[in-house]
Design a binder for this molecule. Sequence first.
Ligand code: ZN
Length: 337
Amino acid sequence: MRQSVGFLAVFLYLKIACLNLVASSDRLKLSWPTPNQAFVNGLGYHAFLQKTGPGKDFSSGAFGCVRNNGNKFHEGIDLSPLKSSSSGKAEDHVYAAMDGIVKYVNLNASSSAYGKYIVIEHEKFSPTLYTLYGHLEAVSFGLKSGSAVKVAQQIGLMGNTASYKIPLNRSHLHFELGIRLSDQFSNWYNRQMFKTKNDHGNFNGYNLAGIDPLLFYSSFQKDRFNHPAEYLESLPVILKILVPYQRVPDLLRRNPSLSSTYSNNGNYKGWECWIGPYGIPLKFEASTTVPSNNSLRIIEYNEKHDGNNCRKLIVKKNGRLQPSELLKTYLEIIFVE
Ligand SMILES: [Zn+2]
C-alpha cells in the first residue's frame, strides 16, 4: 500500500509537470518591437514615445484619439529610438513582436503614409493577429512576403520614411497591432470614390482594425491572458448590431474562434456582431431573424465605453441612435458583397 501511494504521488507529480510544460509552451510569446525596454520596465510615455512636434505632449505618440485636440485617431504607437547619430538619424533595430509569417513588404516609401513598411501575420492562434511596422529606413536583407520570422527576430531598421515629410530628428517606428477585416478589401476599395489608388492590396492599413498595443503588452505582462482570444474577451463590448447577410464573412472562416455558431453549411439570415473599442470585431453569432427592412439594427449599446470623440461607433441623429460612418464602413468591409 505504501509503495502504491508513492507510485501515485510520482505519477501525479509527473502528470502535473507535463501539464505545466504544455501550458507554458502554449502561451503566446511576445517581444517589444524595439530595443527600448522602458515601457516593459514601467516608465512613462516620455521614455519611449515619439511626440508629433516639439511643443506637443508625449501622448500624441500613443494609440487613440490623441491628435488635433482629441479629434484625430492614431491607430498605433510611435516609438522613439534609443540611439541616434549626430544628425538625428535613428539607429535602432526593429524586431518581430511574435512568431509569424511576413505577408507584405512595401519598399516604395512614397506610395504610403507608412513609408517603407512590413506586415506580419501571427497565425499560430485564433484570431490571427497582424502587426505592422511603419516608416522603416530599411527592411532586413532577404525578408519578403512568405518569410517565416521568429519572435524578437530583427526585421528592419527604424527610420522616417513616409509619403509626407517626417523630420530626421522625429524618426520613429509606427507600430500597429490588429485584426485584418477582409480578404475582399481591394474589391471594396476599388468601388469607392477615393482619390488615391490602393497599392497595397489587403495589406492597406485601412483593412486592419487596430487595438491599443500598450494595453495589450501591459495586460500580457501582468499574466492576464495567454492567447489573443482571451485578450479580446477581456475588452468591453461597445455594441451589438444585427447585420443582414446570408453568407459567412471570410473574417470568420479565417478566425473561427470569433464565433460559436459558425459552420460551413449553415443557413444564415444575418449575423449579430459584437464590436469592441474603436471598432474591433469581437464576436459574431448567426441570427435566425433579420430586421423587417433588411437593414442594420442596433441591439445593445454601451455608451459609457464609446467615449472616443474621434471614433464614435454610434451617433445620435434626430434623437435616434444610428451606426456612425466609421462603423458602417467597417461592417461594409467585413460583409463585402
Ligand atoms: Zn504613428
